[in-house]
Design a protein around this ligand. Sequence first.
Ligand SMILES: [Zn+2]
Length: 130
Amino acid sequence: MSRGLNRHQERVQAVAGLGRNLSRRAGNRCELCADRTSLSVVEVEPLPEEPDEDAAVMVCERCQRAMAGGRGAPPPEELRFLENSAWSDVAPVQVAAVRILRRMAGEDIVWARDLNDTLYLGDAVLARLG
Ligand SMILES: [Zn+2]
């Protein structure tokens, strides 16, 4: 097995290991939409050297697809819950929500553009968004 693959597997395990603390923070709900089904841990860039709960979110399968973007992304009208989670005071949650929002704003989704225009983002979050 290649060293790169080993490192990848170590990271996957370390990310999964965040699940317990993240479940507590998230109250066993998706941190973006509050759904309770099929939750998993997803890292939020920029990635620290070691996986950290401050750079990860607990999300459902739909929100995972929303974060990944592309063809698998849910239609914008299924993502109106971002109107709440984009205001989250948990930095990685807000970063994940605003990334999805900005992508949709760039695709001229009106509500996403309006929300993006009204959001107040702290310096730390802005720095992470890049
Ligand atoms: Zn969700």
